[in-house]
Design a protein around this ligand. Structure first.
Ligand code: NDP
Ligand code: 2IT
Length: 450
């Protein structure tokens, strides 16, 4: 058995056999670090792989909360503090019915390497609950957030573990979570980022993941003598990441023509009307169906009518595709359609949105592929700027944050490219990112001893 098979065997012994998302993320990292392992025999003698693939600590907790009719509900909450060699644990919180230990382990594992790639000092973690915020009143959201924080606040600390946003956890939820932490501890301690500005949030954090994704893509394209100007782009999702990716695409002269949500997809041949999209998704928190009611140039396809089960977004010919909704949303059928339509680049805004089979077919057709742990790292990077501002009490302007974000994304690209050159990987940015992130964490683990 080689080291990958051994590590996968070990992972299967220590996790549930149903942890398919976690095994998928694990395999991708392990397969691509082979050249690094060959160059660094100390990683084998120090047993780094076995040590890195097990979470340091996984906290599972019960959340009890009261709805508006005084019915008591119970949800499951989790925080996976995966690795803190680069200290402190850092990563988002997700509220979605699909949340389970498998999803959070994959997200926390990915977060370790993403955070390392930023070059900032943060370890990897992820948390969340199987709570569905859809259809809940504002008061119910507040009650749930308070109960979530009450259940595990004593595991947090600005130099221990710092939470952040993710699916269905934005400024509103972060505000309630932070408020409850302050009530419980009587302390102002930067234990969460993506805070509303009035509670110490950073200008530019809301935009950071989407803008960072496009800055990364722009840097990559410039390196290849290309630009986004005038190019048709397709985007999935219509949340925080998708909306701000669309906004930055317009800034750079590109033409974003699609978006989607959990119920269906929009194709707007005139380009997505950003103001209308924000009104529907951010203000009204409604279905995208209403977008098509208000825009003649748009067509709406319901999820149940997607051809071959793959999102309608990927049926649309484009130069660049940006999956920005959720894990494994872009499968083999979509990938083949995109290739048939002559796509040039895929850049992941969501975490692990592309299935291994789809990645394989993109790579075999030499399509440039920018993996999530590099391309969407702008969000967590600006979270660290938020932590720095809270600690120093010196606040940055939007322009200062945006400039720093652009610099960070450009450095991430250069460092990955350099890693690709060192290991003769050509433009395999997946392997380049995994090697770069893994090496930083492994070296820190060795330096701090067992
Ligand atoms: P939001 O909750 O703001 O938006 C999520 C979007 O994806 C919504 O449009 C939602 O549709 C759609 N969606 C969610 N689940 C599904 C599903 N199962 N099928 C189809 N569509 C779905 O989350 P974000 O924009 O913050 O997050 C999107 C992705 O980006 C996630 O993978 C997240 O982990 C990742 N990410 C987020 C960062 C951040 O800073 N927020 C940072 C880095 C990565 P609907 O409106 O119907 O619910
Ligand atoms: O996946 C991610 O990087 C995030 N959801 C952002 C995490 C954070 O701590 O800002």
């Amino acid at each position: 058995m080689d080291y990958i098979e051994l590590a996968m065997k070990r992972a299967k012994e220590t996790n549930c056999s149903t942890d398919t998302n976690f095994f998928q993320a694990l395999k991708e990292v392990l397969v691509s670090i082979r050249p690094l392992m060959e160059n660094h025999p100390e990683y084998k003698t120090q047993n780094i792989i076995e040590r890195i693939i097990s979470p340091n600590r996984a906290i599972y907790f019960k959340i009890e909360w009261l709805d508006d009719s005084n019915n008591i509900h119970v949800n499951s909450g989790y925080r996976i503090q995966f690795n803190n060699a680069l200290d402190p644990y850092k990563g988002g919180v997700r509220f979605h019915p699909s949340v389970n230990p498998d999803i959070l382990k994959f997200l926390a594992f990915e977060q370790i390497f993403k955070n390392a790639i930023t070059g900032l000092h943060i370890g990897g973690a992820k948390g969340g609950a199987d709570f569905d915020p859809k259809g809940k009143s504002d008061k119910e959201i507040m009650k749930f957030c308070q109960a979530f924080m009450t259940a595990f606040y004593n595991s947090l600390g600005s130099d221990i573990d710092v939470l952040g946003g993710d699916i269905r956890v934005g400024a509103r939820e972060v505000g309630y979570l932070f408020g409850q932490y302050k009530q419980l501890t009587n302390s102002y301690n930067s234990i969460i980022t993506s805070k509303p500005l009035a509670l110490g949030g950073s200008l530019g954090r809301t935009e950071a993941t989407g803008y960072g994704l496009i800055y990364f893509t722009q840097t990559l394209l410039e390196d290849m003598g290309e630009t986004l100007k005038g190019k048709i782009c397709t985007i999935s999702g219509s949340g925080n990441v998708a909306i701000h990716a669309i906004e930055k695409l317009y800034d750079l002269g590109a033409v974003p023509v699609t978006c989607s949500d959990s119920r269906g997809a929009i194709h707007d041949s005139n380009g997505i009307d950003l103001a209308l999209l924000k009104k529907i998704k951010l203000e009204r928190r409604a279905s995208l169906e209403y977008y098509a009611h208000e825009r003649k140039s748009a067509t709406y396809v319901k999820k149940e009518n997607y051809v071959g089960g793959s999102s309608h977004v990927w049926d649309i010919p484009c130069f660049a595709a940006f999956p920005c909704a959720t894990q494994n949303e872009l499968g083999l059928t979509c990938a083949k359609k995109l290739i048939h339509n002559d796509v040039k680049i895929i850049a992941e805004g969501a975490n692990m949105p592309t299935t291994p089979e789809a990645i394989e077919v993109f790579q075999s057709h030499s399509i440039i592929f920018a993996p999530a742990k590099a391309a969407n790292a702008g969000g967590v990077a600006v979270s660290v700027l938020e932590m720095g501002q809270n600690n120093s009490l010196k606040y940055l302007s939007f322009e200062q944050v945006d400039r720093r974000l652009k610099g960070i994304m450009s450095n991430i690209y250069s460092n990955i490219k350099m890693t690709c050159d060192t290991y003769d990987l050509e433009m395999d940015l997946i392997a380049g990112a995994n090697i770069l992130g893994f090496k930083r964490v492994a070296d820190a683990m060795i330096m701090q001893g067992v």
